[in-house]
Design a protein around this ligand. Structure first.
Ligand SMILES: Nc1ncnc2c1ncn2[C@@H]1O[C@H](COP(=O)(O)OP(=O)(O)O)[C@@H](O)[C@H]1O
Ligand SMILES: O=P(O)(O)OC[C@H](O)CO
Length: 496
């Protein structure tokens, strides 16, 4: 292996695409980032143009390769991590998508899911996939495309079309159509993959009326995913790591032992607890998912998914105009001793775990004549912490208890948020030095595959604590705050 190489990570997220160069010891040496348009063709629909996903990926990749060249450093391998569940169907011959990418947040298939639920299919689906019948996941999105794009179903059955989550689509393009593959963590979010047998499931394909010919091969998270096309990048680089972004973040946080838990605060918030080789079937409407697969062995996780976290701060900035930057929220929240009884329930796209109430809508409660910007901002940050608390309570009901929480994502630069989180969870909250853990996790997977790392210990020694936040709140104050929150949640539920 060449000396002192970088690992290149592609992080294709919901609102932007990033490429980063990592040093072996986890320092990020370079970041390129491009945003791309969010498309809302109808209420409740969210789409991306797959060509925008592709062109932003190519642009950030080229920037990262130029940065490595400038520093005269080789690239050991590429890791890919991605927004999960988002669905692309493309023509195998031309490589062109036949419809826009239907994004994980899209609710257009709510009725399809409801029909399947009414017919009693949810318990069987949950048993095999660890997921619920919700429009969040890929299967009903694929069916929608086949049912609405002329001739798509026939072409799918003839083997002319390919389905992939964003990782697969990018891999196909990067390898010039040579590789149609995904990894176990992304496959586990489709509603078509049996997480016990580690195989696409024929009965699930029949239930959603989807031909197997659409599907990619499923690999380990550290595996030979092929090489980048020389025509495309001028270099043939090994793609050796792949994982959905939340699983990659848990890997980047080195949550390798059962019980270790991370929460990533970006657009949404996703809490994952490692459950090791044990598949914990949630009784509390959390998701069971594959945390990572290495050497053919699954490590499982319990997941709580909150759809709106940082997006609520963006709403304060862009829709309400109450702040001009997200960072201002810290001082505004800090300037109050108490929330003054004001609660925001940011159910802008319904409620995720553990409620899964697609029809709930947001509300601001407890307003008085004295309520101002500071109270609303504080209620917004508090809502992110209360939602996390509800996930932890659900996990505890499932017999999974965390003793501390590792946090990452754009929001955790907000120290007030981290402190309130520790107060409400009554748990130590640990913020690492490297909070770009999603991209780092993909880099670690690629680094394991190319032999830059040899064991989990190599990765664990990279993890460094930046700050630990511990609860300073008295128990009865916590109980009172949570009682106010739960009353607010009841007020917005569509069917309490
Ligand atoms: N200091 C801050 N306080 C509160 N929220 C913040 C702060 N900085 C960023 N955010 C929020 O974090 C989100 C960005 O995080 P990021 O991890 O980049 O998200 P994503 O990868 O989902 O696009 C935005 O929604 C933004 O509003
Ligand atoms: O792109 P992010 O960071 O908002 O993450 C999206 C999740 O993967 C959706 O499940």
């Amino acid at each position: 292996m060449a000396t002192n190489p970088f690992i290149l990570s592609i992080d294709q997220g919901t609102t932007s695409t990033r490429a980063m160069l990592f040093e072996k010891e986890s320092r990020c040496a370079f970041v390129a980032r491009r945003e791309f348009p969010q498309l809302y063709p109808e209420p409740g629909w969210v789409e991306h143009d797959p060509e925008a996903i592709w062109t932003t990926t190519l642009a950030v990749l080229r920037d990262a390769l130029a940065a490595a060249r400038e520093r005269q450093r080789p690239i050991a391998g590429i890791g890919i991590t991605n927004q999960r569940e988002t669905t692309v169907v493309w023509d195998r011959h031309s490589g062109k998508p036949i419809y826009n990418a239907i994004v994980w947040q899209d609710r257009r298939t709510a009725r399809h899911c409801e029909t399947l639920k009414q017919a009693g299919h949810e318990p069987g689906v949950m048993e095999k996939t660890g997921l619920l019948l919700d429009p969040y996941f890929s299967a009903t999105k694929i069916a929608w495309i086949l049912d609405h794009v002329p001739d798509a179903r026939r072409r799918a059955e003839a083997g002319d079309l390919a389905f992939g989550t964003v990782d697969s689509f990018l891999l196909w393009r990067l390898t010039d159509g040579k590789v149609h593959a995904t990894d176990a963590t992304n496959a586990a979010r489709t509603l078509l993959y049996n997480i016990h047998q580690s195989a696409w499931d024929r009965d699930l394909l029949a239930l959603f009326d989807l031909p197997a010919a659409l599907l990619p091969e499923v690999k380990d998270c550290a595996a030979d995913f092929g090489r980048t096309s020389r025509e495309l990048l001028g270099r043939s680089l090994n793609i050796g790591g792949m994982a959905g972004d939340q699983q990659a973040a848990a890997f980047g946080q080195t949550c390798f032992q059962p019980g270790m838990t991370k929460a990533t605060y970006g657009t949404g918030c996703f809490v994952l607890t490692n459950t090791g080789s044990e598949v914990v079937a949630s009784r509390s409407r959390l998701l069971t998912t594959i945390g990572y697969r290495l050497d053919g062995q699954n490590s499982y996780a319990l997941e709580g998914s909150i759809f709106i976290a940082g997006a609520a701060v963006q709403w304060l900035r862009d829709e309400l105009g109450l702040i001009s930057t997200a960072a201002e929220t810290e001082d505004l929240a800090n300037s109050l001793d108490h929330n003054q009884g004001v609660y925001l329930v940011p159910a802008f796209t319904g409620l995720g775990a553990p409620h899964w109430d697609a029809d709930a809508r947001g509300a601001l409660l407890g307003l008085t004549r004295g309520t101002g910007i500071r109270e609303i901002v504080r209620a917004t940050l508090e809502s992110v912490c209360y939602q996390t608390h509800d996930l932890f309570r659900a996990m505890a009901d499932d017999g999974v208890t965390a003793t501390r929480l590792r946090v990452d994502g754009g929001m955790v630069s907000n120290g007030w948020l981290c402190q309130f989180l520790a107060d409400i969870l009554d748990l130590p909250v640990q913020r690492p030095v490297q909070t770009e853990t999603t991209a780092l996790g993909a880099a670690y997977l690629a680094g394991l595959q190319c032999g830059l790392y040899h064991s989990f210990q190599d990765l664990e020694q990279n993890w460094q604590l930046e700050s630990e936040f511990s609860s300073t709140l008295a128990g009865d104050a916590r109980t009172t705050l949570l009682a106010g929150w739960h009353e607010a949640i009841q007020r917005v539920r569509s069917a309490p």
